[in-house]
Ligand binder design. Structure first.
Ligand code: NAD
Length: 500
């Protein structure tokens, strides 16, 4: 296949699709033990365009055994930090060299606009791997002079070592398949861990292609293993596996709780990056045009399938009509089309289930008395399109205000004063992110500590940086990814006490 929706695919993409797609376990490309496969569906047409193995518990067992062997016995276990750094840099270079191919795989698998995939998903993944490569040589413990009271006549010396946590089971969602794989793989490889990665069943392709590059970069067999399969089979087998030391999960809060419970049963370390219902707060001094453009980017980026999507828009009453009118204008003007078309601004949602879910929310909002200032309906054709939607006249107790929709749907609501908006912004089980739009520094600074969220943006939204820790308050998760903080999630601290 070298043509998708009339767009010619890069030679590398066509070649990847022409190869049989198998799972990487150890050094071998393998089918599922059951021989079963899963369809990979084009979200822009609803048609199956290839298949991947339907891995399950026996495949997870083999992958964990391969990762265990690599961690304990193989060349990887003896590799110096500087060599881990070099390998990660090589992997980043390979990814960069194949950037167009990965952007196309994300576009045809997830439905996202290819231009965005190239400049966001692939570019951020390359940058992140390079950033984490630098950490491989900077993982440090500390030394301390001890004051042991029991044996006063002897001196003691103490130090801590940070050691790789071990075999990591990574379970990732479909909204940023490559980037989420990179967010797990980067720190794991920098720290010296090995990994079994289970991509989402909707979007397995970029993880399989990334596994090819991992081998090409020269990583020893078993350092990365990729098992494609369903969540309740392969995913559940990985989360509850007794042979892993850590589960790194990104996905919904509902599944995150199951994964967390399964991990705790084995005392497996666990980090959870979960859902959100992030507020966008526009103060009364904000320029309505800038705020509307920012609010549009906050919710429509990646079709709203972003954990930090600005899905609740609070605008000071004095600016409300102006901001909503301009936001609705932006929404109505966005070009909807297949992700592989470089001119597309809004692609289809990832799956029919997701489209039905999002349409169900829109209908529930309209049924409860909200009004669509823009959108409010599905897009034309067989693809899973939903028009960018702006809902107004909503109440705080409506489902569209309370629950994560994970689609291009924002609910705009007016407010009167800062205490009120802080209270309403926090009136959610989630606490992933928020943005504040204002140039009034003292009011912005007063508002920041009141917002219960892992990230607060000022006059921007969805801006992530490798150096900034990222994660959630409340039911948006446990732990922080990126920045120095992520190393704590992939290492154990060992205290050493020496009597001199
Ligand atoms: P999901 O929870 O349905 O699936 C995520 C992953 O978990 C998939 O690989 C899936 O196969 C697997 N899974 C499903 N059931 C499982 C089970 N019982 N045991 C183990 N694994 C299982 O989420 P999704 O629909 O793929 O992604 C959307 C969600 O992800 C949203 O809620 C979004 O907010 C969240 N998300 C969060 C972040 C973050 O960093 N906080 C980033 C991206 C997405």
């Amino acid at each position: 296949m070298n043509n998708f929706h009339g767009i010619e695919l890069a030679a590398g993409t066509a070649a990847f699709l022409a190869r049989p797609r198998r799972m990487l376990i150890g050094a071998e490309w393998q089918d599922a033990a059951s021989g079963e496969t899963l369809p990979v569906i084009d979200p822009a047409s609803g048609e199956t365009f290839c298949r991947v193995p339907a891995g399950d518990a026996p495949d997870i067992d083999r992958a964990v055994a391969a990762a265990r062997h690599a961690f304990e016995a193989g060349e990887w276990s003896r590799m110096r930090p500087v060599d881990r750094e070099r390998l990660l840099l090589r992997l980043a270079d390979l990814l960069e060299a194949h950037a167009q191919e990965f952007a196309e795989l994300e576009a045809i698998d997830n439905g996202k606009p290819v231009t965005m995939a190239r400049h966001v998903d692939v570019a951020l993944s390359v940058d992140f791997l390079r950033y984490m490569a630098g950490w491989a040589t900077k993982i440090e413990g500390s030394t301390m002079d001890l004051s042991v009271p029991l044996v006063r006549e002897r001196e003691f010396f103490g130090f801590t070592r940070r050691e790789p946590v071990g075999v990591v089971g990574a379970i990732i969602p479909w909204n940023f398949p490559l980037l989420m794989a990179a967010w797990k793989l980067g720190p794991a490889l920098a720290a010296g861990c090995t990994m079994v990665l289970k991509p989402a069943e909707e979007t397995p392709l970029s993880a399989l292609r990334l596994a090819e590059l991992v081998l090409e970069a020269g990583y020893p067999a078993g350092v990365l293993n990729v098992v494609t399969g369903l969540g309740h089979t392969a995913g559940a087998a990985l989360a509850s596996h007794k042979g892993i030391e850590k589960v790194a999960f990104t996905g919904s809060t509902e599944v995150g709780k199951l994964v967390g419970k399964a991990a705790l049963d084995n005392m497996t370390r666990v980090s959870l990056e979960l859902g959100g219902k992030s507020p966008v707060i526009v103060l009364d001094d904000a320029d309505p045009a800038q705020a509307a453009a920012g609010a549009a980017q906050a919710i429509f980026f990646n079709q709203g399938q972003v954990c930090t999507a600005g899905s609740r828009l609070f605008v000071h009453r004095s600016r409300f009509d102006a901001v909503v009118e301009q936001l609705a204008g932006i929404a109505d003007a966005m070009k909807i089309g297949p992700g592989i078309d470089p001119s597309t601004q809004i692609g289809p949602l990832v799956s029919n289930i997701q489209r039905q879910r999002v349409m169900g929310y829109i209908e529930s909002g309209l049924g409860e008395g909200a009004r669509a200032a823009a959108g409010g309906s599905a897009g034309a054709g067989a693809g899973y399109f939903v028009k960018p939607t702006v809902l107004v006249d909503a109440r705080d107790d409506m489902r569209v205000v309370r629950e994560e929709i994970f689609g291009p749907v924002v609910v705009a609501m007016p407010y009167e004063d800062l205490d009120e908006v802080a209270r309403r912004a926090n009136d959610t089980p989630y606490g992933l992110a928020a943005s504040i739009w204002s140039n009034d520094l003292s009011r912005v600074h007063r508002l920041i500590p009141k917002i219960k969220a892992g990230t607060v943006w000022v006059n921007c939204h969805n801006i992530l940086d490798n150096a900034m820790p990222f994660g959630g308050y409340k039911q948006s998760g446990i732990g922080r990814e990126m920045g120095r903080a992520v190393l704590d999630m992939y290492t154990e601290s060992k205290s050493v006490v020496m009597m001199l």
